[in-house]
Ligand binder design. Structure first.
Ligand SMILES: NC(=O)C1=CN([C@@H]2O[C@H](COP(=O)(O)OP(=O)(O)OC[C@H]3O[C@@H](n4cnc5c(N)ncnc54)[C@H](O)[C@@H]3O)[C@@H](O)[C@H]2O)C=CC1
Ligand SMILES: CC(C)CC(=O)C(=O)O
Ligand SMILES: [Mg+2]
Length: 356
């Protein structure tokens, strides 16, 4: 089958990891007789350098006209002092919002063979790590009203966390549906002891729960959740949460599985379209050194095949190839902890593509 993919390599390690994702896609195309048509699209700092804008209209239009988007990461010190509405990260937010991608699925799964890379104690890891963070992606404080100014000679700044019931209901439904196809356990992570917005989340989720009687719904304050994640991650199945808490706890979740370089994500909206992106950033500290772990991006490609293209067998082929390569002892630097052989970014991509 033929699929159009918009490719945003972005900044820092973005081009390196996306190249490995495309290498794997090419292998899938060859083996399963598909045609993936790639269109390179400018986004983030790379777009600012050429056009002055982090998300030129043409880029958004190309993404809209595609079947899916593959994104590396954006941002870096070069653009850190730009006015906040023009920063690379604003381009990414505008992309997610412009494409209507209100759901971000971030599965945290422990690969057995890299357990030693987890900073958690062996007896904790032994109990298993297999949960998914369902993060709201186009609302909340990252999109709320913000202002910086001076009042009575004193500088101030604020950012507003605002959700309406419809925004909560649609992400809530997605979370319950996700729980239904997993272990039917849903934890809403919030700060309802302080925030009115969290109280509205609870009201809407309690209403939704009536439509999903099989799902066990519970609530946990985000500070406790941050602690419980490292105390016993096996207690979680599906976590639903707002944009900012989901951003933060998924980085924590990734490290539990060994590295931030391992966690893929799918940014979706309920139809077949989606943007697929590793959860990490542009890692400028390691860019251009052939050391960045490409597995989060490669697993994001697998999510693309599964969710947008309905190619389950091909998605599984990628996931199995990743598992086999890790089982064979190959490690990028971030997941090496004394066991196995260290390989570079390109070599890891080659090994996975060869294994398909
Ligand atoms: N989706 C995106 O485009 C995101 C962009 N950013 C941007 O990225 C830039 C750097 O942000 P940071 O806070 O440093 O977060 P980061 O996720 O880029 O890096 C945090 C740490 O993890 C390491 N790391 C990240 N991905 C890795 C991988 N695949 N393999 C091995 N090590 C990896 C980095 O080297 C760094 O030490 C900033 O400009 C930030 O705004 C941050 C998060 C997401
Ligand atoms: C621009 C940021 C919100 C990106 C980020 O940290 C993320 O989505 O994980
Ligand atoms: Mg993040």
């Amino acid at each position: 089958m033929d699929f159009k993919i918009a490719v945003i390599k972005g900044d820092g390690v973005g081009p390196e990891i996306v190249d490995e994702g495309l290498k794997v896609l090419d292998k899938i195309a060859q083996k399963y007789n598909h045609k993936f048509e790639y269109t390179n699209v400018l986004g983030g700092g790379a777009a600012i350098d050429v056009t002055g804008e982090p998300l030129p209209k043409e880029s958004l239009d190309t993404c809209k006209a595609s079947d899916a988007v593959l994104l590396g990461a954006v941002g870096g010190p070069k653009w850190d002092n730009i006015e906040s509405s023009k920063r690379p990260e604003k381009g990414l937010l505008a992309l997610r919002s412009g494409l209507g991608l209100f759901v971000n699925l971030r599965p945290a799964t422990m690969h057995e063979s890299i357990k030693e890379a987890s900073p958690l104690r062996a007896d904790i890891v032994e109990k298993g790590v297999d949960f998914v963070v369902v993060r709201e992606l186009t609302g909340g404080i990252y999109f709320g009203e913000r202002k910086t100014g001076v009042e009575n000679g004193v500088e101030f700044a604020y950012d507003v966390e605002k959700y309406d019931e419809n925004e909560i209901r649609r992400i809530g439904k997605k979370a319950f549906e996700t729980a239904m196809i997993r272990n039917k356990k849903l934890t809403c992570v919030d700060k309802a002891n302080v925030l009115d917005s969290s109280k509205l989340w609870r009201k809407v989720l309690n209403e939704l729960a009536k439509d999903y009687p099989e799902v066990e719904l519970s609530y946990m304050y985000v500070d406790n959740a941050a602690m419980q994640l490292v105390k016993d991650p096996s207690q979680f199945d599906v976590i639903v949460t707002n944009n900012i808490f989901g951003d933060i706890i998924s980085d924590e979740a990734s490290m539990i599985t060994g590295s931030i370089g391992m966690l893929p994500s799918a940014s979706v909206r309920g139809d077949d379209f989606g943007m697929y992106e590793p959860i990490h950033g542009s890692a400028p500290d390691i860019a251009g050194q052939n050391v960045v772990n490409p597995i989060a991006t490669i697993l994001s490609v697998a999510m693309m095949l599964r969710y947008s293209f309905k190619l389950e067998e091909e998605a599984k082929a990628i996931e199995t190839a990743v598992t086999n390569v890790l089982n064979a002892g190959y490690r990028t630097k971030d997941i090496y902890n004394g066991v196995g052989e260290v390989v570079g970014t390109k070599e890891m991509g080659d090994l996975i593509a060869k294994e398909i």
